[in-house]
Design a protein around this ligand. Structure first.
Ligand SMILES: Nc1nc2c(c(=O)[nH]1)N[C@H]1C(S)=C(S)[C@@H](COP(=O)(O)OP(=O)(O)OC[C@H]3O[C@@H](n4cnc5c(=O)[nH]c(N)nc54)[C@H](O)[C@@H]3O)O[C@H]1N2
Ligand SMILES: Nc1nc2c(c(=O)[nH]1)N[C@H]1C(S)=C(S)[C@@H](COP(=O)(O)OP(=O)(O)OC[C@H]3O[C@@H](n4cnc5c(=O)[nH]c(N)nc54)[C@H](O)[C@@H]3O)O[C@H]1N2
Ligand code: SF4
Ligand SMILES: [Mo]
Length: 745
């Protein structure tokens, strides 16, 4: 049988054709009929089948009353009885805010909806935050502040139309490869007319394929953006009629940009003034300009300001709401967008509502049939605050789903302290063990992609239906069912008697009617028959909405977009004599986050078999470091990590880079996030994962036994019939290989 679905990895949301035989997914290829990806996929998707049958799939609940004891398998009944009684007691004794849920952009919308309803509607706590806090929070805040509503205004078709692409803080070639391929195709169609610009401290695969590479000093983007704006104004490249008709706040920003000559900007961001001129000129003179940004801007303590400035470049030039134009925040996770829509962050309620808005609370209270005063009017704890509160004993129960915070959160010492102090730690994951289940009382087996049905939204606001096509391993359950069972057992049965995911979706859909993301016109049936659809999509509408703000009317009360004139603030960590290097972090093309799925696939490990620390040859020579020598980086007061050196001119002097994928189960030198800071953006509360000041020294190897080969119990042997060694997909499938896989010497 062949089924259509979408990819569970990145927010591009490529359409997949999935072959199923004997209850197992045996082959994955690109779905040519999918409007967003048109048959293209990358290697991660092709190697999904073996990840589903890995030997460490979580098959049954595992429990231990105290964390010094080993886990023992238990039944769902016993597991949920213990968990619900514990939650009940903690909420009754210490109040609703003693419980917290830490969830994920990799849940389906239905999963998110049920956990939100339980916590925010019934328990009465807004302590529901997701790993999107580490990911999209800054872009979300900026969209709302500048345009009045969260949600990228663009559509993927804009990649086929733009004349100028500004990739800023995005390594799309590795992290959103199918979208990047589309930009490259556009370039090929008109090499002289199309300009690709990449802004990154590191010469990435994206930078190598761009026409203009701006090597920004880590954290220096705001100065660059001010410099670009200065040139746009100076050269008369702004659209004054658009600004006058559709915006507020221009004068203050224009005045603020006055002093930012390219020379002044260059001194702050490290990019030569002539390159700033060229970038601004390409952006301003192009008929259609598209900016694409992600973690290099979002994951900083000025992430909101930087996102606001990207949006401002588009507003100032009127390059928004038009084909090929716009500020396009690339979503990281497959359903981070759905999470934003369904209220999966601590300040949100479903349908783009806010917990601190009395009318929004009243609407949701009515919808959920709960007393309005049962709902808390204050935003709940965000990701890092949750673990701080746990470490201080204020949060006593932490329920984690579809994320591995013991690897992915910054300042991991805090995460460990928080989890160990909590009285009840439950982790829902598709695999067991993970670095986070190592710190739990109860690990619950979750069904994952292909084993459960539901919906997810891609970066371009496109909602897709994902069918359940394969068998669930052991007694694994969909996340929404686990949350609904918790609700029932906590005594809230009236709101949670869903029998199917479709009933959950219908409940959710109804509460979006009349909001700015109305999906009243969608149903499982329609998504199945018509395919993925872009919101808004109210009842009676045909198709969805490709672009937002096409009439120049924004989602603010007066219909005008807002300019802001942000001040430049220093990064939280600054290089000092004790910590003279700037460490930045990111991803490898063939690995996904904490490696629970991609880490087991030998073909995917090949392009980067071990973690590394990239440093410039001059720094290496000064320290007498050779390739693959062991190095220790230490962030004073936080922690240290040991990694092997990778000497490369791709990083500038004084800057280091390391991928964050390898957690304690994969590498004895320690997880990278032992050294990153929890300092966050004051508006979005997104932590500065992109900059840590560190000391660097040579060290002996960590001496542990763990290596990929020795972890072979967790390395799945892919069925050879379905996965030819080096041909990741059938020849008729347009497959994307990473543009330049970093190959270790
Ligand atoms: N292969 C793969 N793809 C993925 C993922 C994955 O794990 N693996 N994860 C998905 C998710 S959830 C996300 S959020 C996205 C992330 O996608 P990206 O944001 O593209 O990925 P990152 O590597 O985290 O960071 C992007 C770049 O920011 C650069 N950078 C660091 N500091 C600065 C700075 O100060 N300024 C600028 N301009 N750039 C800076 C880094 O060098 C890096 O190249 O990828 C998604 N896609
Ligand atoms: N230093 C540094 N740290 C970072 C980043 C960085 O750039 N630098 N990036 C940050 C960003 S943007 C992100 S998004 C995070 C990602 O960090 P995490 O969310 O911690 O990473 P994943 O490994 O994707 O974790 C997802 C978990 O869910 C499990 N899972 C998969 N499918 C399902 C399912 O359907 N149900 C359930 N219950 N479980 C499932 C997987 O096995 C895995 O354990 O990392 C952040 N951390
Ligand atoms: S680009 Fe790759 S990881 Fe992202 S959705 Fe497409 S196939 Fe999946
Ligand atoms: Mo992310």
């Amino acid at each position: 049988m062949v089924h259509k679905t979408v990819c569970p990895y990145c927010g591009v949301g490529c359409g997949l054709s999935v072959e199923v035989s004997g209850g197992h997914v045996t082959r994955v290829r690109g779905d040519e009929s999918h409007p967003g990806s048109r048959g293209m996929v990358c290697r991660k998707a092709v190697y999904l089948p073996p990840s589903l049958i890995a030997p460490d799939r979580a098959l049954r609940p595992q429990f231990r009353p105290d964390r010094s004891a080993p886990f023992r398998p238990t039944s769902w009944d016993a597991a949920m009885r213990w968990a619900a009684a514990g939650m009940r007691r903690i909420v009754d004794e210490h109040g609703p805010d003693a419980a917290a849920f830490y969830i994920s952009g990799q849940l389906l919308t239905e999963d998110y909806y049920v956990v939100n309803k339980l916590a925010k509607g019934f328990i009465g706590t807004n302590n529901v935050d997701s790993n999107s806090r580490l990911c999209m929070a800054s872009a979300v805040s900026a969209y709302k502040m500048a345009l009045g509503q969260d949600g990228p205004p663009c559509t993927y078709e804009d990649l086929d139309l733009a004349d100028c692409f500004l990739f800023i803080g995005s390594n799309a070639a590795d992290c959103h490869p199918v979208l990047f391929k589309r930009a490259l195709k556009r370039k090929e169609s008109d090499p002289a007319g199309v300009t690709l610009i990449a802004v990154d401290p590191r010469r990435t695969a994206t930078a190598k394929d761009s026409d203009l590479y701006l090597q920004v000093r880590p954290g220096g983007d705001l100065a660059l953006l001010y410099g670009m704006l200065h040139v746009l104004i100076r050269d008369g490249l702004t659209d004054d009629a658009f600004v006058a008709a559709h915006t507020v706040g221009w004068d203050a920003l224009r005045d603020a940009a006055r002093d930012w000559t390219p020379a002044v900007a260059a001194a702050q961001c490290g990019i030569p003034p002539e390159q700033i001129e060229r970038a601004a000129s390409a952006f301003g003179r192009a008929k259609r300009s598209l900016s694409l940004w992600s973690m290099g801007l979002n994951q900083t303590t000025s992430g909101v300001d930087k996102s606001l400035m990207v949006i401002a470049l588009h507003l100032a030039t009127g390059k928004i709401g038009k084909p090929g134009c716009g500020p396009f925040s690339l979503t990281g996770q497959p359903n981070a967008m759905g999470g934003r829509e369904v209220g999966g962050l601590a300040a949100l309620l479903p349908g783009h509502r806010a917990v601190d808005n009395p009318q929004h609370r009243a609407e949701m209270a009515r919808h959920w049939r709960v007393p309005a005063d049962q709902m808390c009017p204050r935003p709940g704890l965000t990701a890092i605050e949750t673990f701080e509160a746990a470490a201080e004993g204020r949060v006593k129960a932490i329920w984690v789903a579809a994320t591995n915070p013991a690897v992915s959160l910054p300042d991991l010492k805090l995460v460990r302290e928080g989890l160990l102090r909590a009285e009840l730690v439950v982790v829902q994951d598709a695999y067991f063990p993970t670095e986070t289940t190592d710190l739990a009382h109860l690990a619950l087996p979750a069904a994952q992609w292909s084993e459960k049905e539901g919906t997810a939204t891609t970066s371009e606001r496109r909602i897709a239906y994902l069918p359940a096509v394969g068998a669930r391993p052991g007694v694994a359950r969909p996340d929404w069912q686990i949350f609904a069972e918790l609700a029932n057992r906590m005594g809230y049965s009236e709101g949670f008697n869903y029998r199917t995911a479709q009933e959950v979706f219908d409940d959710y859909r109804a509460c979006t009617i009349g909001t700015d993301m109305d999906i009243g016109g969608l149903s499982y049936e329609r998504l199945r028959s018509e395919g993925p659809t872009q919101w808004p999509c109210p009842a009676g509408s045909s198709g969805g909405t490709a672009r937002l703000y096409t009439n120049g009317r924004f989602a603010t009360a007066d219909g005008r977009a807002r300019f802001f004139a942000p001040q430049i603030r220093p990064t939280a960590d600054r290089a000092s004599s004790a910590a003279p290097f700037s460490l930045t972090t990111g991803r490898e093309p063939d690995q996904w986050h904490t490696m629970t799925r991609t880490g087991k696939i030998l073909q995917l490990l090949r392009s980067c078999p071990e973690p590394y620390l990239a440093l410039n040859p001059t720094d290496a020579a000064r320290l007498g470091v050779v390739e693959r020598e062991w190095l220790e980086i230490e962030a004073p007061g936080r922690g240290a990590v040991r990694l092997r050196a990778r000497v490369t001119a791709d990083v500038p002097e004084g800057t280091l880079f390391a991928p964050f994928h390898w957690g304690a189960h994969w590498h004895d030198g320690g997880p990278l996030n032992a050294v990153t800071t929890r300092a966050w953006d004051p508006v979005s509360k997104q932590p500065e994962l992109k900059l840590a000041a560190v000391a660097l020294r040579k060290c002996p190897g960590p001496g542990g036994k763990r290596s990929i080969a020795q972890r072979s119990e967790h390395v799945a042997a892919p069925p050879p019939s379905t996965l030819p060694e080096d041909a990741p997909a059938a020849d008729d499938t347009p497959t994307i290989m990473p543009t330049r896989s970093p190959v270790h010497a």
